[in-house]
Design a protein around this ligand. Structure first.
Ligand code: HEC
Length: 101
């Protein structure tokens, strides 16, 4: 019984691992790229990390797809790919969600 329980716990830990890694990846991508301009109280008037109201407004106006497209193509003040050349569109969607919190 004890062995079974241990095994169940290991399986649970393993199943959580990919999620944990994915999150750490998003955080490090954010810190190495988007954070240059998207930190709270930035000088660029970029929507700030944690400004949930502004991000929700943008999501309503443009949709997540529209916002992902903005990053990929760049905007007047944001370079194309937001300085993350290795990011996929999926990464951008995750980074946008991360910044909205
Ligand atoms: C060099 C500065 C800079 C970097 C780096 C940067 N951004 Fe931006 N971003 C901005 C600015 C400034 C705006 C506000 C829109 C504008 O004025 O161009 C913006 C706007 C946005 C928007 C809203 C676009 C829209 O259509 O309204 C999204 C989404 C976004 N950034 C995501 C990201 C992501 C994701 C990253 C990292 C991969 C990133 N940005 C990196 C400066 C930057």
């Amino acid at each position: 019984m004890k062995i079974l329980l241990n095994r169940a716990m290991i399986m649970m830990a393993l199943s959580l691992l990919p999620m944990g890694l994915a999150h750490a990846d998003v955080v490090s991508k954010y810190e190495n790229t988007c954070a240059t301009c998207h930190e709270p109280n930035n000088d660029f008037n970029a929507p700030a990390k944690g400004d949930t109201a502004r991000w929700n407004q943008l999501k309503i106006q443009k949709g997540t797809d529209g916002l992902v497209r903005s990053v990929a193509q760049g905007t007047s003040q944001m370079p194309a790919m937001g300085l993350c050349q290795s990011c996929s569109h999926d990464d951008f969607a995750k980074l946008i969600d991360y910044m909205s919190q």
